[in-house]
Write a protein that binds this ligand. Structure first.
Ligand SMILES: [Zn+2]
Length: 265
């Protein structure tokens, strides 16, 4: 372990804030979502009526945790059945995933609260091509003209964006974050890991809708690859796990993930 790293998460502080209330109204009609929870009927629903039982600790809220010396803060953009995330270093930000179409205002509200606003966004990373994660990438890249957009190489051709996206591969670094190739859910799925704070944005390689689990089998392209990806993520021993569907895992994250990886054989 290098001497410059600060692996211990010290003095985590919490800011619970209401976000997007009255702003978020997204239509799910005709959208293929990689979650069967939430609004299964496929009708439009405002975010402030959502909130699964597992989200009771922070319904429609965005949490920010800061690791002293880690220099990274994260905020959840709770869009109801799916979440996007805002990662901030100083005055700059990366947005990870963009929700379904119509989610840009909610993401913008969290960016304002977090500090950088749209003008501070330098990177927009899509964990994968599914429309409940990539649905607002067009609006987000339009609002954030200085941002580079990224998606895993194998998903690249299936995402429409207003400007060319950069293909990500395992081991790439973006914004000081490690890109972790996690194929299975989709061939090009990537997770985002901050080595300094142990924050992992897992996309749909993991979900936490009924306890921590791997990629939802119903929406998984390759189950064996998905299991290998879970084991790969477990080796990172993350301090915090932020998932596409379900509440963040804030306590015992590494242990829970190790347990899950072991259960997959
Ligand atoms: Zn998905």
């Amino acid at each position: 372990m290098g001497t410059t790293r600060t692996p211990r998460l010290v003095g985590r502080r919490w800011l619970l804030t209401q976000t997007g209330r009255g702003v978020v109204g997204f239509a799910l009609l005709g959208v293929a979502a990689c979650s069967d929870s939430g609004d299964a009927s496929g009708t439009a629903a405002p975010a402030d009526t959502e909130g699964s039982p597992s989200d009771q600790d922070s319904p429609n809220a965005s949490g920010t945790a800061a690791a002293e010396g880690g220099g990274l803060e994260w905020s959840r953009v709770d869009l109801g059945f799916v979440s996007a995330y805002v990662l901030v270093r100083g005055r700059e930000a990366a947005v990870v995933d963009t929700g379904v179409g119509g989610s840009a205002d909610a993401i913008g509200a969290v960016l304002e609260q977090a500090g950088p606003g749209w003008t501070g966004v330098r990177h927009v990373v899509l964990t994968h091509k599914h429309p409940d994660h990539a649905g607002s990438v067009g609006d987000v890249l339009t609002e954030a003209p200085d941002a580079t957009g990224y998606v895993g190489a194998a998903d690249l051709t299936e995402v429409d964006a207003p400007r060319r996206l950069t293909a990500l591969r395992d081991g790439d670094e973006v914004f000081g974050l490690q890109i972790v190739g996690t194929p299975g859910h989709t061939a090009g799925h990537v997770a985002v890991f901050d080595p300094a704070t142990g924050v992992l944005v897992a996309g749909d390689a993991l979900n936490n809708e009924g306890g921590l689990a791997g990629s939802n089998p119903q929406f998984t392209e390759g189950e064996q690859a998905a299991a290998v990806s879970v084991r790969k993520l477990a080796e990172l021993a993350p301090s915090t796990i932020l998932v596409g569907h379900g509440a963040p895992v804030l306590d015992g994250a590494a242990e829970a993930l190790q347990q899950l990886a072991s259960s997959l054989g």
